[in-house]
Design a protein around this ligand. Sequence first.
Ligand code: GUN
Ligand code: ZN
Length: 426
Amino acid sequence: MSAKLIRGRLLSFHREPVGGDERAFSYVEDGALLIRKGVIERAGDWGDLQGLAEEVIDHRPHLITAGFIDPHIHFPQVQVVGSWGAQLLDWLENYTFPAEMRFADAEHARQMAGHFYDLLARHGTTSAVAYCSVHSTSVEAYFEEAARRNMRMIGGKVMMDRGAPEGLTDTPQSGYDDSKALIERWHGKGRALYAITPRFAITSTPEQLEATGALVAEHPECYLQTHVDENRNEIALAAELFPDAPDYMGVYERYGLLGPKSLLGHCIHMSDREIGVVAESGAKPVFCPTSNLFLGSGLYDDAGLRGRGIHGAIATDVGGGTSYSMLQTLNEGYKVLQLQRQQRHPFEMFHWATRGNAVALGLEDRIGTLAEGSEADLVVLDCRATPEMALRADTVETLAEELFLLMVLGDDRAVVQTYVAGEQMK
Ligand code: GUN
Ligand code: ZN
């Protein structure tokens, strides 16, 4: 495979830019990436790299960063996003479960996978962690399409054996067996990684959570993803269903589901004890601002959790979330923090959607930066993509201002190009 040079303004973080720390990233005004076999072989000044490859793609004056990482999204909810008038539990029943039912059909799942990955590429998202439906067919479609596009994707079959309509449930045994077969088929194949996926405590019996715990113990190489402490009614129902548990987190704790590879969607309404459990286990909360606002779930306490040593990830949660754009997710996330007087610097926000999410996944040596040796997943951003952005850009004087403009006013229109393993995806 031949090499190529991608030229533009390069921005890459090598640590968290706390408070806007300018030593936490490298920025090259006229930079280039030498890409070979899907990997960033060299990153630096154009002047030092020119001539090293015949193919040159010139993206000046646009900004090149690591592709966005979306660590919580629902693949079978591509036709659910933007469904009116509900909070979590009735939204699941009225819109989500009927839509997910259709993923038993392999052809429908394949078709939706095509749309799903087109949307990710369009929005500059190069890796994601997704819930598939309860059906193995949906997982096959999800990973097959990812493999076709050579994307680093994480995902898994939802396990749920109660609280959902017939046609959308498994059993403790079939959920275990199907997940195991999918792990063996997909985990580590190409760029695919598997996430064991009990939907949440409401839709799993104690027997299923027990089987899930066994699966986690047998496959420590896999991720685990679930939802917790998103909505007050959900929390009350979890307490009814698990009367012996100290709290919602205690359910997952009891079945051995909490560790550094556990991704916990939402974590909005946690007790002091639950926060302590998360901190001790190394599990990662996932903040989903557009979803939390859309479903009226509540405000994620980022500063409070950081104060306890917990660094959450940030994600879209489409279709509870309302945008595939990680830029718009940062925008809404910023506002959620604003409401709590927790504003964060634009550098911190951009780091969050790229390297920060990679760190939460333990993948920062492979994705989330433009470091030499990293996989060449990139996004090219134009801060003048719309008339209102261009007007604002005329007055921008610093990189921080440009990033802030991109995340507040930008969306898929600001994405000029998306590269996956060095190949253009748009
Ligand atoms: N809790 C359980 N399932 C879901 C889901 O599909 N979306 C959201 N936002 N929360 C959930
Ligand atoms: Zn979710």
